[in-house]
Design a protein around this ligand. Structure first.
Ligand SMILES: Cc1ncc(COP(=O)(O)O)c(C=O)c1O
Length: 474
C-alpha cells in the first residue's frame, strides 16, 4: 500500500523541543529570506531542499555560500559576514594560505596511507598532540569526525574499566552517532523518533549557574555563592556515581557550549569523585580545544587532567575533517580489537592539515589573542548588560561568549523572540552567529579576530539590542 500524502509519520508527531534557536521554520526567517535571497540562490536552495533529507538546524537551508576567507563568509548574493559561528572549525580563519600550501604539497607527496602503513605526518601529529595536551595523556587515535572520536573514547573506557555505564549532562551535545547521541542530552539528537539508545547512559542536570537547575541564585555579578549552593551540581554527580555503582566514565564538555563556565572547584571535585569511584573522566574538547577559551584547552583553566580528551573541528584547520582521542597510556588495553580503525585513520593529508593548523596557532599567538580580545569583548558585554534590562547575563571565556536575553530579570524567562530578531538584524549588518537554547546569543569568533573586528560585532549587537529594547518598551 502506498503511503498516503499528508499522513503524519512518527517523527512528525513527536516533534522535539528546539535546543538550537534559529530554527528551520519561523515567520522571521521566511521574511528575511523573501527580502534577501536572489533568484539563483533561491534555485540552489530548492535543489538542496529536494535532494537532501530534511533535518533540524540544517535542511532546508537559510542561504547559499560562495566564499569563505579569513574571518568572513560571503553569501550567494555577494554579501560579506563576519563569521562568529563557523561551527567552531575556523580558529585560524578560512583558507589560511600556509595551510592551503601545506595541504597541496602533501597531496603531491603522499595522498593516502592504506591499512598496515604509517606515514610521517600521522606520527608527527600524534606526537605533537601528546606534547601540547595537559598532564600525561600519551596515546592517540584519529577519526574523521568528533562523534566517532567520542565513541572511541567510550569503547576504551568500557574496556579499561570492564564497566559500561556513563554519566553525562542533559543538554550536552557529543555528536550525532548512536553512542554519541546516547551520552548527549539534546532531544534533537535522541528524541522518541530515534528509538532506544545505549543502555546505562545516565544523565544529570549540568552546571548552569545563571539558570541553576537546582534553584540557586547568582549574585549581582552573575557569580554563584558556593558557600550557599555548596556546588550541588558536583555533589549530584558524586551521588549518582555512588548510587549507580560500576560507572565506566563521566563524560562532559569542560566549558559548556551554551556557554557556561564551570563553578570554581567543580572539575577538581569531579576528578576526585571519579578517582574514588574507579570511573574515568572524559573531556569533550571538540569545540573548545586548540585555544577557543583563551587557553590551549578549556580544562587548563581548571587545572584538571582527564583520562581521555577528545578533540576535532578546528583540528583540520577549517578545511579537512579530522578528530582525535587522546588517552592516558594506561588505557592502551585493546590491542587485539579494532577500536576505531577508520578508513582515513592515518591519512597523510588530514594529519598534515592538523599539524600545520597547530603550527599556525602557535606561530600567530592565536590562543593569547583569544584570551585578550575575548576579555575585551566580555567587558563590552558587561557594559551593555549594565544599560539594557533585556540582557540577563553575559558570560564565557576567550572566544566562547554568550549574551543571555530575558523578558524579565527576576523571572529570567528567555527572550527568544528578541534573540531571533537580533540574529536577523545582525545578518543585515554583516555579522553571523547563532542562538542557543532559543535566547542566548552565542558568539564563537575565529581566533584571528582583531579588536577592530570585535568592535564592529559589538557595535552591531549593541545597536540591535538597543532597538529591540526600545520596541519592547513602546
Ligand atoms: C561538544 C561537541 N562534541 C561533539 C561534536 C560532534 O562533532 P562532529 O560533528 O565532528 O561529529 C560537536 C559538534 O558540534 C560538539 O560541539
Amino acid at each position: 500500500m502506498k503511503r498516503q500524502v499528508g499522513a503524519k509519520n512518527k517523527a512528525e508527531v513527536n516533534r522535539p523541543h528546539q535546543s538550537e534557536g534559529d530554527v528551520n521554520f519561523s515567520e522571521r526567517r521566511r521574511n528575511w529570506s523573501k527580502d534577501n535571497i536572489d533568484a539563483p540562490s533561491r534555485e540552489l536552495l530548492l535543489r538542496d531542499e529536494n535532494a537532501f533529507l530534511h533535518q533540524s538546524v540544517s535542511t532546508p537551508c537559510l542561504n547559499t555560500i560562495k566564499g569563505a576567507e579569513g574571518a568572513y563568509i560571503i553569501d550567494g548574493q555577494g554579501r560579506r559576514y563576519l563569521d562568529f559561528h563557523g561551527n567552531n572549525v575556523h580558529h585560524i580563519g578560512y583558507g589560511h594560505p600556509k595551510l592551503k600550501a601545506a595541504i597541496t604539497k602533501q597531496m603531491e607527496d603522499l595522498s593516502f596511507a592504506p591499512r598496515r602503513f604509517t606515514c610521517e605526518p600521522a606520527v608527527a601529529l600524534a606526537e605533537k598532540l601528546i606534547d601540547i595536551s595537559p598532564g600525561d595523556l600519551g596515546k592517540v587515535l584519529f577519526a574523521t569526525g568528533g562523534s566517532d572520536a567520542i565513541e572511541m573514547a567510550l569503547k576504551v573506557a568500557r574496556a579499561k574499566t570492564g564497566r559500561f555505564k556513563t554519566i553525562s549532562f542533559w543538554d550536552a551535545f557529543h555528536g550525532a552517532g548512536f553512542g554519541a547521541s546516547s551520552v548527549g542530552g539534546e532531544q534533537l539528537f535522541r528524541g522518541q523518533a530515534i528509538g532506544p539508545l545505549l543502555p546505562g547512559t545516565e544523565h544529570v542536570a549540568p552546571f548552569a549557574c545563571y539558570r541553576c537547575p537546582y534553584g540557586y541564585e547568582v549574585n549581582a555579578e552573575g557569580e554563584p555563592d558556593l558557600s550557599v549552593c555548596k556546588t550541588t551540581c558536583a555533589n549530584m554527580i558524586k551521588y549518582v556515581l555512588e548510587k549507580e555503582g560500576n560507572v565506566a566514565a563521566v563524560i562532559a564538555e569542560p566549558a559548556r557550549a551554551v556557554p557556561y563556565n564551570p563553578p570554581k572547584g567543580f572539575w577538581q571535585a569531579i576528578r576526585q569523585a571519579c578517582n574514588d569511584a574507579g570511573a574515568l573522566l572524559i573531556f569533550d574538547e571538540i569545540p573548545t580545544g586548540l585555544g577557543k577559551t583563551g587557553r590551549m584547552f578549556a580544562c587548563d583553566h581548571d587545572d584538571v587532567v582527564p583520562d581521555i580528551l577528545v578533540m576535532g573541528k578546528a583540528l583540520g584547520g577549517g578545511i579537512l575533517p579530522i578528530a582525535a582521542t587522546l588517552c592516558h597510556p594506561d588505557l592502551d588495553v585493546l590491542g587485539d580489537y579494532a577500536i576505531g580503525h577508520y578508513t582515513h585513520e592515518k591519512n597523510p593529508v588530514t594529519t598534515r592539515a592538523a599539524l600545520t593548523t597547530i603550527e599556525i596557532i602557535e606561530e600567530e599567538g592565536l590562543v593569547e589573542n583569544a584570551a585578550t580580545v575575548g576579555q575585551y569583548a566580555l567587558d563590552r558585554m558587561q557594559d551593555m548588560k549594565s544599560r539594557y534590562d533585556l540582557i540577563g547575563d553575559v558570560r564565557g571565556r576567550g572566544f566562547l561568549l554568550g549574551i543571555d536575553l530575558v523578558k524579565d530579570r527576576v523571572t529570567k524567562e528567555g527572550a527568544n523572540d528578541a534573540a531571533e530578531e537580533i540574529l536577523y538584524r545582525a545578518f543585515d549588518k554583516g555579522l553571523s552567529f547563532k542562538t542557543t537554547m532559543g535566547n542566548v546569543l552565542t558568539l564563537t569568533p575565529p581566533l584571528i579576530t582583531t579588536k577592530e573586528q570585535m568592535d564592529f560585532a559589538m557595535d552591531i549587537l549593541e545597536d540591535a539590542i538597543a532597538d529591540v529594547s526600545r520596541q519592547s518598551r513602546a
